[in-house]
Design a binder for this molecule. Structure first.
Ligand SMILES: Cc1ncc(COP(=O)(O)O)c(C=O)c1O
Length: 382
């Protein structure tokens, strides 16, 4: 049993053979996939190889189970979940589908990862302006967003967790603000989903998009778009494709309306391998338990913060308990973060450098010993 949390990483060692090669602290970049996920992909690839589409029904069942598991992780219903090819793709669906009025605006912080910026900037062509919340070098608050909103604000768009600071956004506060000003809340969820607990409905989130390749422990190219049933009907301009309709097997029945659930946004042939990978990985996360996973990643990032402080580093992630996440960033007053991360790589430690800080992003299966090894390697640079 691990001293700190309910999860014992030893119980999960077989699922994460990456630990035999590396200390992997870059889940906020691209994650290693669990053994069961690699098997699920390999089994389906073998099926494609040996049988073509003969077992297609089985693949659709796996994808359906994956959708149900994603819904469980989100606290949503399966009818509110669409598979998408990236976080960006999900946000593009939302941004392109809102029936905008000329003069509407979108409010977004100026420290967002660009996946949550371009879909909104694209709306300039419709006379819809993106207003940036000035947040450089700071941790934006709900009040900062409020100051940028007015009666024409149609969307508040925010990352659940900021990629370069690890700040966890007060989504309940932003949802309340969105309700107050009559706007939608759109969330880029990729830096939180799979690491932190989510419950979309009580939070009042309208849209959330996340690809699979970070905390969800899956692969690039298949993620999830949540659209609240409350607002599904508001989205009008999406691409209706042949698979968006209730009876996609009625090939010549062109007059069909879109499906009445979020699958209306899945316009054509699905990414079956990606869906199988998500099914396996989300199954693993549910087995580990979202509350236990959250408790563990927060304990691990607290451990890093403590160690990095002892080395004379400044913690550049927010200190407040409610703003912490599975990402922890720090910098040394003299040694550049790029240099530190490059040295860590030579020691078999995967981390990242973002906006001048070293970024560690451990997942629940990482151990305190691994973190201490990484911190010891940081010391070698100082
Ligand atoms: C906050 C955030 N959003 C989105 C992405 C990726 O977007 P996409 O899934 O569209 O590649 C990243 C990281 O790559 C990110 O950190």
């Amino acid at each position: 049993m691990n001293a700190m949390t309910a999860i014992d990483p030893a119980d999960w060692a077989d699922e994460f053979p990456v630990r035999e090669q590396l200390v992997y602290l870059n889940h906020a970049g691209i994650c290693p996939i669990p053994a069961r996920t690699a098997r699920a992909i390999a089994e389906q690839a073998a099926d494609y190889r040996d049988f073509g589409s003969v077992h297609y029904r089985r693949w659709t069942e796996i994808a359906a189970r994956g959708r149900a598991r994603l819904a469980e992780l989100l606290g949503a219903s399966a009818a509110e979940v669409a598979f998408v090819r990236s976080t960006t793709a999900g946000l593009l669906i939302v941004a392109e589908s809102i029936p905008w009025r000329e003069g509407d605006n979108i409010v977004v912080a100026d420290i967002e990862f660009p996946a949550n910026v371009y879909p909104w900037l694209n709306q300039e062509r419709r006379g819809v302006h993106t207003r940036f919340v000035p947040a450089r070098d700071r941790f934006p608050t709900v009040d900062d967003y409020a100051a940028a909103c007015d009666a024409h604000t149609r969307v508040i768009a925010a990352s659940w967790v900021q990629f370069a600071t690890g700040q966890r956004t007060d989504l309940a506060g932003l949802a309340q603000l969105a309700r107050d000003v009559g706007a939608y809340l759109a969330v880029d969820g990729i830096q939180g989903l799979g690491a932190l607990r989510m419950d979309v409905a009580p939070l009042g989130i309208d849209f959330l998009s996340a690809d699979g390749h970070k905390w969800l422990l899956s692969v690039e190219g298949c993620g999830v778009l949540y659209v609240s049933a409350r607002v599904l009907g508001d989205l009008k301009g999406f691409w209706r494709g042949w698979m968006s309709v209730p009876d996609s097997g009625d090939y010549l029945g062109y007059g069909q309306p879109p499906r009445d659930d979020a699958r209306r946004f899945e316009e054509g042939a699905p990414n079956m391998l990606g869906a199988a990978a998500l099914d396996a990985s989300v199954g693993l996360l549910l087995e580990a338990g979202p509350a236990a996973v959250e408790e563990r990643v927060l304990a691990l990032t607290a451990h890093v913060a403590e160690g990095a402080r002892r080395l004379g580093c400044e913690i550049t992630s927010p200190p407040g308990e409610r703003q912490r996440s599975a990402i922890i960033c720090f910098r040394h007053p003299r040694v550049s973060s790029d240099e530190i991360v490059a040295h860590l790589a030579t020691e078999g430690i995967a981390a990242a450098s973002r906006l001048g800080s070293v970024r560690f992003s451990p997942h629940f299966y990482n151990t305190e010993e691994e973190l201490d090894r990484a911190l010891a390697a940081v010391t070698e640079c100082l």
